[in-house]
Design a protein around this ligand. Sequence first.
Ligand SMILES: [Zn+2]
Length: 312
Amino acid sequence: MKRECPRCKKNNSLGVDHHPKVGHVVRCGHYYRTSDRKWVQRYRCRICRKDFSQATFSPAFRQKKRLLNKPIEQGLISLVSQRQMSRNLRCHRTTVARKLRHLAGLARSNNERRLTQIGQGSIGAVQFDELETFEHTKLKPLSVLAVLDKSQREVLGFTISRIPARGRLAKVSVVKYGPRKDERKVDRNYLFEKIKILISDGAVIESDENPHYPAAVKSSFPSSTHRTYKGRRGYYAGHGELKVGGFDPLFVVNHTFAMFRASVSRLIRKTWCTTKKIEALSDHLQVYIQYHNKVVIQRCRQPCGVVGGTPT
Ligand SMILES: [Zn+2]
């Protein structure tokens, strides 16, 4: 496959359009990449004399351990902690942390691109809710707000907000870490404004009976119908997200949150494996949501006995 020269493409003054169509990029040797035991084709631009290769255009360009990308991505969506991954794969835990950042960058751009592929005003039913977790200690809780397309079960977006500790931890938290701001309102409005272009006029928006929701929904989705449902006690085997007592009108969002907790190691309840930095939680969720939207919900649409689009 013929490549475009990255330097000429970047430098508009050279005017890549004026290059001769054929022959300005020629093959120029190859090298053996030991990290994944592959021969890589090199190229040379005959206009600017720049050398480059197939690898120049890869998202894993200049990575020394590119073979770890796939197993680490699998671990991140399979409830494996970062330290356990480093032990399994015989690499340093910092390598795993760096790979998480790399994979999250790719997942973030894929998730953003996916939003642009959904037709404007094409979503007629939406559910949203919040999931609670914490950074470092339960004295510093976080709230993850996620919005889902009810019919497709696709996660349209999420935000992570710092919230003050509640109940008997509230006082201890203030003494130890000082007052903690509630960021939920700003983040909620930001997320609603971001996805509002996808929601149709007269859409049905469903949530629990949180008193802050009606005003936020009315301001971002003025022509929609907001339906609220009373919160229910969690079913013990559903990570606290699936509810007891028969039909659950918020099943789509509750079931997705149960899947978050069953797949993302740092979200499982009563665990050693906690979030240390809010950015890393965001990165981890980006990776899981990419997998959820691309693989899990697509698999649910396949008839029984068919996994990942191929008959088993
Ligand atoms: Zn060039």
